[in-house]
Each structure stands twice: as C-alpha cells, then as structure tokens.
Design a protein around this ligand. Sequence first.
Ligand code: 8NA
Ligand code: MG
Ligand code: MG
Ligand code: MG
Length: 337
Amino acid sequence: MSRMLHKFRGTLVGALVGDCLGSHYEGVPYILPWREVTDYTLTKIKDKKEPIPYTDDTAMTRAICKSLTEQKKYDNRSMAQEFVEEFFREPHRGYGAAVGTVFKRLQDENPEDITLPARCQFDGQGSYGNGAAMRISPVALLNARKNALITHAHINGVIGAILQAEAVFKALLLEPPNLDTDKFIDQLIEVAEKLEKDKEASSEKKEDSGHSGIPSHPNKTVSYVKKIKEMKELLSKGDALEPKTVVETFGNGIRAEEAVPAAIFSFLHKGKVSFDESINYAISLGGDTDTIASMAGAISGAYWGVNEVPELWKSKCEGVEEAIEFANKIYELHEQR
Ligand code: 8NA
Ligand code: MG
Ligand code: MG
Ligand code: MG
C-alpha cells in the first residue's frame, strides 16, 4: 500500500481518536497530570465494552468526507447540506452552543449565499470558535477558507482553520524521523503573516467604506504570528517545559486562536516521539481537550501514518472503520487529480 494512503488514513483516524479520547476531559479548567491522562488512554479504556463515542469534531469531519467523496470535488453548498443533515440527524454530539443557529437557518432559508447565516452570528462578528478548524483535515489539500466560512465568519476562526489545514498538509509531506521543527514553524509563520496582513487590509478597507463584504471584525490584539513565533522558544526548553507555560502562551479554550496553536504545538513538542505522546500531551493541556487532541491527532497522524496509531485506540473508538473508508476514497480522488 502506498505510503501516502497510510498517511491519509493516519490523518482521519488520528483526528478521530483524538476527539474520542479527549472528550473524556473536555472542559476541565486545569492542566491534567500526565499520569492521569495515560492511565485513562492506555489502561482504563481497556475495560470499556461500548465504543468510545465521537463528538461534533468528528461528526463534522465525516460530513466533509461524505460531501467530498459523493461529489468527487469540493462543493461548498453540498458541504453545508451535509453539515445540516448531520446536525439534525444527531444534534447531541456536543456541538458548540451557537452553531446550531447556523444549521437551522441554512435548513429553513436555504439562502443563495450559504455563508449568510454564519455572518449574522454574534451580532455580525461571526464565530471565532475552533469549530471550523476542528473539522478541516479532509480539506487540507483543497479549500480550507471556503469551508470555514459556512459556519465561522470571524477572521480568527477562519485563519485558525487555514493554519490547521496547512499543518496537516505539511505533515503529510514529511517522513519520520525527519521533522525540522524550526523549518515547520518558519513555514507556518509565512502563511500566518500573509493571512494577518490580509486581515489588516480588509479591516482598513472596512473602516474606509463601512462595508467590505469580507467578514472580519478583527481583534487586533490577537496574533497567530506572535503565538507561532513563540513556539521555537518553548520547544528549546525540551522536557523542562512546564505545561503551565504552554497554556499561558497559547490558551486551551474554544477560541480557534487558542486551540489551534495548542494543537500544533502538541504535535511539534511530542509528535517527534510518537503519535500517542502527541495525543496524550494535547489532552493533558486541559480545556477543550477533544478538539485540541483531535487537531493534534490529524497533524500527528498525517506525519506518522495509521500504523502508528495504537491498536487499542483503533479498537475502542467509534467510527474508525468509516474513517479508513473515507481516507481510501479521498486518496482515490487525490490520485485522479
Ligand atoms: P460556536 O460557533 O457555537 O462557537 C463556540 C462558542 O464560542 C460559542 O458558543 C460562544 O460561546 C463562543 N464564541 C464564538 N464566537 C464568538 C463571538 N464572536 N463572540 C462571543 N462569543 C463567541 O461553535 P464551534 O463549532 O466553534 O465550537 C466548537 C467547540 O464546540 C468544540 O470544542 C466542540 O468540541 C464543541 N464544544 C462542546 C462542548 C460540550 O460541552 N459539549 C464544550 C465546548 C465545546
Ligand atoms: Mg467535540
Ligand atoms: Mg446527501
Ligand atoms: Mg471541543
């Protein structure tokens, strides 16, 4: 089997197991002791009889896979339809509190411009939640910005999704043990700088004309570039690095500007050791553990490939077979391009 197919499977299975395992701790307001996390993910789950359920992170990822593989191309209207169908089929997968409004409006109004409901969220600011980034791995090769805009109009929600997709894409092109973290970071900084320059430009234009048509109410104090730059310094501390410092630097909350840097950092810090370390580390940061672990898992799975995902996790998490099936189909599409 081709190495790239292993990596595609690793991406989707990695995102899935991160979500399932991380959901056990979602919302804990503190950093988890390493032992507690590994006790759970490597020992306690052995006794589970029922599959560990996936949450909204995976439900939305699967909707993207379904659309991509049925349409055999990227189609934003079909994506929106799949999100809506999936949400109303199983609304209790732990979705963010506000995003249901977008799905309801998409269903009731079927607007010409499918990004309209998302642009009305939060008094016209759009959501800065991490919900666009958490699902983005299948479109890492295709069109992250377009997909984000269905539900997340706030520029920080969109940039987070694009950076997460970039990180997955870069990891697909690397072969363990080759991971030059400085280079990885420099390339991400380049992307983030461009996105943040565009964000500045669109906000200036908005101030000029009063309406730019581009959904952005940028919070100028937030900088992904600044956070990504800080990763080098933190990585240089090696094992002496305190998780507390990591959480103080990036945050661990539901904002994309927190969860995405935390996930990328978990991969860079522990992904070199093994797939499982990056997942356990992402969970140990606390906060939005399912989403941070899912995003770290997508990047780490893209790097390692599916064989490095522990058998225990693959046997205990709900939906692994479907994730592999979707990866096979997306790989076929990829090969036909
Ligand atoms: P979302 O768009 O509803 O955003 C999530 C939350 O972020 C909102 O409900 C608000 O509280 C806040 N928020 C976002 N944008 C703004 C804004 N402009 N102004 C003020 N507040 C804002 O949903 P999403 O898809 O981004 O959410 C993803 C997260 O939701 C993931 O962590 C996912 O796992 C899920 N989640 C579930 C639980 C749970 O307990 N089930 C808890 C946290 C998160
Ligand atoms: Mg979730
Ligand atoms: Mg359908
Ligand atoms: Mg979450």
